[in-house]
Design a protein around this ligand. Structure first.
Ligand SMILES: Cc1ncc(COP(=O)(O)O)c(C=O)c1O
Length: 400
């Protein structure tokens, strides 16, 4: 691990070499307005008051930090689960959308667009739009619309329009392309609520700050439960990286804490059907940021694959590219099959059905080393209700 690394974003949005804002001219005024205002706006006591009150009374925070007794016994260590699955709408994504809708209101924007993969960010965006009464359009890949049908129904119920992305692998990357295209065509009245720590600066930093409530709570919850405010390791799945960024945030500069980022290996890292960006990725630009992405030698994005719609993305946020490049974080890749097995095991060991994304983080416990006195926090980013179709197919294959 690199010692004394100071991990903070600079004024232009760089974490070391990664980040920045590589955007079309048409979006320059919007991004520049956000960049100039977001820190001041979110530091305003009125903003913080409104944000904190909504997180408490609407989202249901603080989310519990739960000691998973039977999982701990199985692995021979101490495993705590940070229960983002218990948030309103069922995942961590709502922490960010609450923050961004307050930003949009202060910018006077009346129309909201978003991209979604697993549908959790789409649902969280549709939810906050209903909460404040503004129009909401969510772009979603056609493949994801089919595999995350319950979330599509929820978005419609909440009054959002779900627009299919029909290009490429018809997944999260393609939905993001469509959302950016929409924003270019409607820069005046529209705010784009990006759902992860990706995109041009200031999005990665802004989203990480909104999600940092996860590790802010972990600190006092660990103090209460184990008498020290840090764990030995934090394990989180990474699509773009927002739940991981939130869970790592207050420990980024604390070398006592191992940071473990878990990616989707799909059918296997070397199978050609994977989304293991930190192993397969090289430096380049995707969706407005310099980061690691899966690309051919001539810079064409390689279509990613994972059974999990929220991890099926060919890049990672610039913070994570920096954490991995500097060896501050470890990357672990988990296949579809191992994630399914981990979801079933977690369900039957703790009575908690995790999202397919989160199941990758649980599976990583099989690949890690730890001692009997270690304390490991797994960020339980979301619940698995949306994935019951995939789980049913799996159970049928097992003959159960
Ligand atoms: C439950 C859950 N966990 C994790 C993710 C991955 O996103 P991120 O890496 O931004 O946390 C998603 C994305 O949709 C999700 O729904």
């Amino acid at each position: 691990m690199t010692k004394n690394l100071n991990i903070d974003v600079d004024e232009r949005g760089y974490y070391g070499r990664f980040g920045g804002a590589y955007i079309p001219e048409m979006l320059h005024p919007n991004i520049e307005e956000l960049r100039l205002k977001y820190r001041k706006m979110t530091a305003d006591p009125e903003f913080k008051k409104e944000f904190d009150a909504l997180l408490k009374d609407y989202v249901g925070r603080p989310s519990p930090l739960y000691f998973a007794k039977r999982l701990s016994a199985h692995y021979g260590t101490n495993i705590y689960l940070k229960r983002e699955d218990l948030n309103h709408t069922g995942a961590h994504k709502i922490n960010n959308t609450i923050g961004q809708i307050l930003v949009a209101q202060r910018l006077g924007k009346k129309r909201i667009i978003a991209e979604t993969g697993a549908g959790q960010h789409g649902v969280a965006t549709a939810t906050v739009c209903a909460l404040v009464g503004v129009e909401c359009i969510v772009y979603m890949g056609e493949v994801d619309i089919a595999r995350q049908a319950p979330n599509v129904a929820r978005m419609r119920m909440l009054g959002a329009e779900v627009r299919p992305a029909l290009s490429g692998s018809r997944t999260l990357k393609d939905a993001t392309n469509e959302a950016i295209r929409d924003w270019i065509n409607n820069p005046e009245d529209t705010h784009y609520i990006i759902g992860s720590v990706v995109g041009p600066h200031p999005y990665p930093d802004m989203v990480a700050r909104f999600q940092s409530v996860i590790s802010e709570e972990m600190k006092w919850q660990l103090q209460e439960k184990i008498g020290r405010d840090y764990p030995d390791a934090i394990v989180a799945c990474v699509g773009g990286g927002s739940n991981a960024a939130g869970a790592f945030y207050h420990y980024l500069n604390d070398d006592r804490v191992r940071l473990v980022a878990v990616e989707a290996a799909g059918l296997g890292v070397d199978s050609g059907e994977s989304a293991a960006t930190s192993v397969l990725g090289t430096e380049g630009i995707i969706h407005g940021a310099r980061t690691l992405l899966m690309q051919t030698d001539d810079g064409q994005v390689i279509e990613p694959y994972s059974i999990s719609a929220g991890l099926d993305y060919p890049g990672i946020g610039p913070l994570h590219a920096f954490l991995i490049d500097s060896k501050r974080a470890e990357a672990i890749s988990v296949t579809d099959d191992d994630a399914l097995a981990a979801a079933l095991f977690t369900a039957r060991t703790e009575g908690i059905i995790p999202a397919l994304e989160t199941a990758h983080a649980f599976s990583a416990l099989d690949q890690m080393d730890y001692g009997p006195d270690d304390v490991i926090v797994v960020c339980l980013s979301g619940r698995g209700d949306k994935d019951l179709a995939a789980f049913t197919t799996y159970l049928n294959q097992l003959g159960e």
